[in-house]
Design a protein around this ligand. Structure first.
Ligand code: GAR
Length: 222
């Protein structure tokens, strides 16, 4: 019976596009770095490349086309029903390009994680790499955060920082940031599924029973 009594966490991953973060998370699960299973991948785009990849990898998939819904509220309600059918411990937004209603967000408070391609609070919203270049930022990166009703405004758990280089284009910078995303998201999900990470009622992050005063910065020694 040795080792059999470790309960595996259940992750539902929401995507809209390529799903490279999804793949990084799945790889970490397969290698045992994250003690959890991705029990479903749900996309608002039925033809998302990540959805096809997940289906080929044998992960249950669902498509919920947001254009078929009258408004955000009804889409989010249907999405919640789909998610809850899988009884997840955590809902992982991995390139899910939808603004979520407060009702949806509150339903998963403390169990809803997102990765955003900037050093939050800088460059909330879209086109973060372009805006970092336009602003002549010296550093850019990605942030993993708890989702709260404020768009891209929830408490940040961990950030990965990359330098902005003189020869950077939007695509080159995006690729460098994405490589870091694939490191920090599985790491944070690992802590969450191990019960080491939580969000308290004051919206403070606790890691190993210490309140995080500021986001952790990914160190390449991890
Ligand atoms: C990632 O860069 C992620 O940070 C970003 O979308 C990309 C998805 O890539 N998310 C957002 O912009 C959320 N506001 P992927 O589908 O290859 O994981």
């Amino acid at each position: 019976m040795k080792g059999n009594n470790v309960r595996k966490g259940r992750l539902v991953v929401l995507i809209s596009g390529k799903g490279t973060n999804l793949r990084a998370i799945q790889q970490a699960c397969a290698q045992g770095a994250i003690t959890a299973d991705i029990v479903a991948v749900i996309s608002n785009h039925p033809d998302a490349a990540g959805l096809i990849w997940a289906a080929n990898a044998g992960i249950p998939t669902q498509a919920l086309d947001h254009t078929q819904f009258a408004d955000r509220r009804t889409f989010d309600a249907a999405l919640s029903r789909q998610i809850d059918a899988y009884a997840p411990d955590f809902v992982i937004l991995a390139g899910f390009m939808r603004i979520l209603t407060p009702v949806f967000v509150r339903h998963y408070q403390g169990r809803l994680l997102n990765i955003h391609p900037s050093l939050l609070p800088n460059f909330q919203g879209l086109h973060t790499h372009r805006r970092a270049l336009q602003a002549k930022a010296e550093q850019h990166g990605a942030s993993v955060h708890y989702v709260t009703p404020e768009l891209d405004g929830g408490p940040v758990i961990m950030q990965a920082v990359v330098p902005v280089l003189a020869e950077d284009t939007e695509d080159r910078l995006a690729a460098r940031v994405l490589t870091e995303e694939h490191k920090i998201y599985p790491l944070v999900i690992r802590w969450a599924t191990e019960g080491r990470l939580s969000l308290n009622d004051q919206q403070q992050i606790r890691l190993d029973n210490h309140v995080l005063a500021k986001p952790l910065i990914y160190q390449h020694t991890h």
